[in-house]
Design a protein around this ligand. Structure first.
Ligand SMILES: NC(=O)C1=CN([C@@H]2O[C@H](COP(=O)(O)OP(=O)(O)OC[C@H]3O[C@@H](n4cnc5c(N)ncnc54)[C@H](O)[C@@H]3O)[C@@H](O)[C@H]2O)C=CC1
Ligand SMILES: O=C(O)CCC(=O)C(=O)O
Length: 467
C-alpha cells in the first residue's frame, strides 16, 4: 500500500484516469453534510458519501412527481430535469442515455428496449405502488436497483373506493350528470344504503385490508379472497375461492397487482358468478378486467353499475384524448352506460399521498446514490451498511453488484486482502448479488487499483466506489 494522500486530490486524479466517466463504474467525492443527515439514526455526525461531485448526478423526473422529491434532490445538488408527462419511447430512449436515476409513476414503460440504452442508470424510482411498468428482471441483470413506495397512497385508494361504493349504490354519477344537464330526477328505486351489504375484496394487501376496516365502520360485511392466507381484520372473513367471493358479494372491489395470473381475472365466467344487480370496482390495473365482457354484463343488467379508474391503455398526459391515437379502448361504450363512473387513474392522487411518496422515494433513491443502501429495492438484494462517521478519513466504500456464482467472495476478498475491511455485507436475490464493504487506510492509488481490479472480475455487473 502507498502512503495516504489527501482525499481532496482524488477527483482530479480520477478524472485523469477516466474512471469517473460513468457513475455505474466510478469513484466519487464526498460532500460532508446534506439533507440525508437528518435520516441517520445516530446523533454522532456521519459522513455523507456521494457518487460524484454533487453537480454530476443527473435525475430525470417524469409524470409530475411531487415537489417534495424535487426539494430532496435539489438539496442534494443533483441536476434534475422535471417533466409533467411521460414520454414516447424514442424520446425516452434519448433522455435515459444520460441520466443516473429516473423517477416515474405508472405510465412510463421502462422495457428492456428502453433500459438497454441506459448506460449510466444506477436506480429507478417508481413514485407509486405498482412496478409492473418496469422490466424488473432486466433492470436487476443490468445492475439497476428499482424502488417504489409500497403504501403511501394505499389510504387514498381505499377512501376513493369507499366513496365509489356509496356513489354506485345511490347512482350519484347519473343524478349529477342529469342535473348538470338541467334534468330533475328524484328517485329511490334501486338506490340502497350500504349498511348490511357485503363487500367482496379481491387482494387483501395494503389497500384491500385498509378498505376492509373502512367498510366495516360503515356497517358493511366484508369477505375477501387472496392467494395467500392473511389475517382478517375486524370481522372480515377470507374465503377459499374467487367464485365463493363473487357468489356472495353485493360489491366486488379489485386490489391485486398486474401479474400474468391477474390478467383478465374478471371476464365473462367471473361476471356470471356475481350476484344479479351487484357492482364492480376496478382501482387496480386495467389488465385485470375484460372490459368488453364487463360492458356486456352492464348492458344486459346483470350488474347494476361499475367504477373504473384504470384502463388497458392510458394517455401519457392530461387533455382531450378520446379521439386520437391514445383513445381509451371501449370508452364510448362505457360512457353510454348507466351508473358507470369513470375516473382518470386518480386512486392515489391526493396531496397527502403524493407528498409522502415524493419524500419516501426521493429519500431511498438519495440513500442508494449516496450511500449504496438498497433497502426497499423491489428487484434487488437489500443491503445496507451503517454510515461512515465524519471523522473517518481515507475510507472507501465499495459497491459491487455481481453475478451470483460460486467463487466471488474468494476473489473479492483476495483483492481486498491488503486493506483493513472495516465492515462488509453481501446478499443475493436470484442471479444477482450485491456486496458492500468499507475499507480503511486507502489513498487515491489504492482506490484506483481497487476499482480497476473489481471492475475487471468476470463476475462484475457494476462497481461503484464512494469516498
Ligand atoms: N388506482 C390507483 O391509483 C392505484 C392502483 N394501485 C394498484 O393496486 C394494486 C394493489 O396494491 P396494494 O394493496 O398496495 O398491493 P399489495 O401487494 O399490498 O396487495 C396485493 C394483494 O393481492 C394479492 N394477490 C396477488 N395476486 C393475486 C391473485 N391472483 N388473486 C388474489 N389475490 C392476489 C397478494 O397476495 C396481496 O395480498 C397495486 O399493485 C397497483 O397495481 C395501487 C395504488 C394506486
Ligand atoms: O398515481 C399514480 O401515478 C399511480 C398510482 C398507482 O397506480 C400506483 O401507485 O400503483
Amino acid at each position: 500500500m502507498s502512503a495516504p494522500q489527501p482525499i481532496s486530490n482524488l477527483t482530479q486524479a480520477f478524472e485523469k484516469t477516466g474512471l469517473s466517466s460513468s457513475p455505474r463504474n466510478t469513484v466519487s467525492t464526498s460532500p460532508t453534510t446534506s439533507y440525508m443527515d437528518q435520516y441517520k439514526p445516530s446523533s454522532k455526525a456521519s459522513k455523507t458519501l456521494k457518487p460524484f461531485s454533487t453537480g454530476d448526478v443527473k435525475i430525470l423526473l417524469l409524470e409530475n412527481v411531487n415537489q417534495t422529491a424535487l426539494d430532496i434532490f435539489g438539496q442534494q445538488g443533483y441536476q434534475v430535469e422535471f417533466l409533467k408527462t411521460s414520454l414516447p419511447e424514442e424520446e425516452l430512449i434519448e433522455k435515459i442515455k444520460d441520466v443516473h436515476a429516473i423517477g416515474i409513476r405508472s405510465k412510463t414503460r421502462l422495457t428492456e428496449n428502453v433500459l438497454k440504452h441506459a448506460k449510466h442508470l444506477v436506480a429507478i424510482g417508481c413514485f407509486c405502488i405498482g412496478t409492473n411498468q418496469v422490466d424488473l428482471e432486466f433492470a436487476a441483470k443490468s445492475g439497476i436497483a428499482v424502488f417504489n413506495s409500497p403504501f403511501s397512497n394505499s389510504r387514498s385508494v381505499a377512501e376513493l373506493t369507499i366513496a365509489e361504493i356509496i356513489a354506485l349504490s345511490r347512482e350519484l354519477g347519473d343524478r349529477n350528470m342529469e342535473l348538470h344537464n338541467g334534468f330533475w330526477n328524484k328517485k329511490s328505486a334501486r338506490c340502497w344504503e350500504v349498511r348490511g351489504k357485503t363487500l367482496g375484496i379481491v387482494g387483501y394487501g395494503h389497500i384491500g385490508s385498509q378498505l376492509s376496516v373502512l367498510a366495516e365502520s360503515l356497517g358493511m360485511n366484508v369477505l375477501y379472497y387472496d392467494v395467500t392466507m392473511i389475517m382478517s381484520l375486524g370481522n372480515s372473513k377470507q374465503v377459499g375461492s374467487l367464485a365463493e367471493l363473487l357468489n356472495n358479494s353485493d360489491f366486488i372491489s379489485l386490489h391485486v397487482p398486474e401479474t400474468p395470473d391477474t390478467k383478465q381475472m374478471i371476464s365473462t365466467p367471473q361476471l356470471a358468478e356475481m350476484k344479479d344487480g351487484a357492482y364492480l370496482i376496478n382501482n387496480s390495473r386495467g389488465t385485470v378486467v375484460d372490459l368488453p365482457a364487463l360492458i356486456d354484463a352492464l348492458k344486459i343488467g346483470k350488474l347494476a353499475g361499475a367504477c373504473i379508474d384504470v384502463y388497458p391503455k392510458e394517455p401519457r398526459a392530461n387533455g382531450p384524448h378520446f379521439n386520437g391515437d391514445e383513445l381509451l379502448p371501449f370508452i364510448d361504450e362505457l360512457k353510454s352506460l348507466k351508473n358507470v363512473i369513470l375516473t382518470p387513474h386518480i386512486g392515489g392522487s391526493t396531496e397527502e399521498a403524493q407528498s409522502a411518496i415524493g419524500i419516501e422515494v426521493g429519500t431511498v433513491l438519495s440513500k442508494y446514490l449516496n450511500e449504496g443502501a438498497s433497502v426497499g429495492a423491489v428487484n434487488f438484494p437489500e443491503v445496507s451498511l451503517r454510515p461512515l462517521d465524519l471523522d473517518e478519513q481515507n475510507v472507501c466504500r465499495i459497491l459491487y453488484i455481481h453475478h451470483n456464482v460460486p467463487g466471488v467472495l474468494k476473489t473479492v476478498n483476495q483483492i481486498l486482502s491488503d486493506y483493513n475491511i472495516e465492515k462488509q455485507f453481501s446478499d443475493s436475490r436470484g442471479d444477482i448479488a450485491y456486496l458492500m464493504a468499507d475499507v480503511s487506510g486507502v489513498n487515491s492509488d489504492d482506490i484506483k487499483n481497487l476499482y480497476t481490479e473489481l471492475e475487471a472480475t468476470s463476475y462484475n455487473i457494476s462497481t461503484r466506489l464512494l469516498y
